[in-house]
Design a protein around this ligand. Structure first.
Ligand SMILES: Cc1ncc(C[n+]2csc(CCOP(=O)(O)OP(=O)(O)O)c2C)c(N)n1
Ligand code: SF4
Ligand SMILES: [Mg+2]
Length: 284
């Protein structure tokens, strides 16, 4: 039987009190609840405090370039579609630097789970505004306050027909754990945007700020495949911030279109070296 200890207990470089600890705990707990052993799981990331997560999990991991958690996660899923693949990323990494990958991965719909540590700031580089920073928030760079419109990740994902869209909060570990479980079980691309206080650099969106506003939706109040209603719900932000599953659209995923995967995971196919040699010889 899998236990939480199997996923290890590593020393981290995160600040004491950071919301990242709760997300790490929720990921481990969700994997254990689903009975996934470390060798059956891959966690891929880009660059950022959030993207250090693969270093703190005893399972397969890939820590790549800034904004690029999704391409290796997609590639790994295709190479071995029996793996549970999770892309861990940040609001800067996913919605800023990696924004283009995000858009097109939603369109491609591979069967992977995205967990975005959304602290509304660039944590690793010490507190510049990110795509989700609030208007007016002052930082050492945005000295007069942020004036770019914040991006709403949930609305964006729903408008693109992302297969599963949810929001969690690092201050509610058991709720977040159940969202991550649902996201992993969902077949297709699942986005879990997690409100994650950065206690060192985001002095606006603190644990207190979020805790006063967030509420759990027991039931969204509409059919979860109703894209228009889900879009409307995703725009609720301010005095009240909903948490839970906003949108689910069961549809074929990228892996389903690849006939070559029907005979088993790609990595088990013997390499066709003679064909590769033929191809190389064609250039000589
Ligand atoms: C191409 C590139 N541009 C910029 C950077 C510098 N950089 C590293 S992490 C980061 C922001 C990370 O923010 P986020 O993804 O929100 O992660 P957090 O640290 O907040 O978890 C930036 C701008 C980089 N490493 N590579
Ligand atoms: S800088 Fe912010 S996001 Fe990074 S570890 Fe510290 S508290 Fe967490
Ligand atoms: Mg961030």
């Amino acid at each position: 039987m899998v236990s939480i200890e199997d996923y290890g207990n590593f020393e981290t470089a995160w600040c004491p009190g950071c919301g990242n600890f709760a997300i790490l705990k929720s990921i481990k707990q969700a994997l254990v609840n689903l009975g996934r052993s470390p060798h059956e799981v891959l966690v891929a990331s880009g660059i950022g405090q959030s993207s250090k997560t693969p270093h703190y999990l005893n399972c397969n991991g890939f820590n790549g370039l800034h904004g690029r958690s999704l391409p290796p996660a997609t590639g790994a899923k295709i190479a071995n579609h029996e793996l549970t693949v999770i892309a861990v990323t940040g609001d800067g990494d996913c919605y800023g630097e990696g924004g283009n990958h995000f858009l097109h991965t939603v369109r491609r719909n591979p069967d992977i789970t995205m967990i975005v540590h959304d602290n509304q700031i660039y944590g690793l580089t010490k507190g510049q505004a990110s795509p989700t920073s609030e208007i007016g928030m002052k930082t050492k760079v945005q000295t007069h306050g942020v004036f770019n419109m914040p991006l709403n990740p949930l609305s964006l994902a729903i408008s693109l027909d992302c297969s599963f869209v949810a929001r969690g909060y690092a201050g509610k570990v058991s709720h977040l754990t159940s969202l991550i479980e649902k996201a992993i079980e969902h077949k297709g691309l699942s986005l879990v945007d997690v409100l994650q206080p950065c206690v060192s650099f985001n002095k606006l969106n603190t644990f207190k700020w979020y805790s006063e506003r967030v509420y759990e939706m027991d039931d969204a109040g509409y059919e979860l495949n109703d894209r228009v209603k889900a879009f409307e719900k995703s725009m609720e932000w301010g005095e009240k911030i909903p948490l839970g599953v906003f949108y689910v659209n069961e549809k074929p995923c990228f892996d389903d279109y690849l006939d070559v995967l029907k005979s088993g995971p790609l990595y088990k196919n013997p390499p066709a070296t003679e064909k590769v040699n033929e191809l190389i010889d064609g250039f000589i």
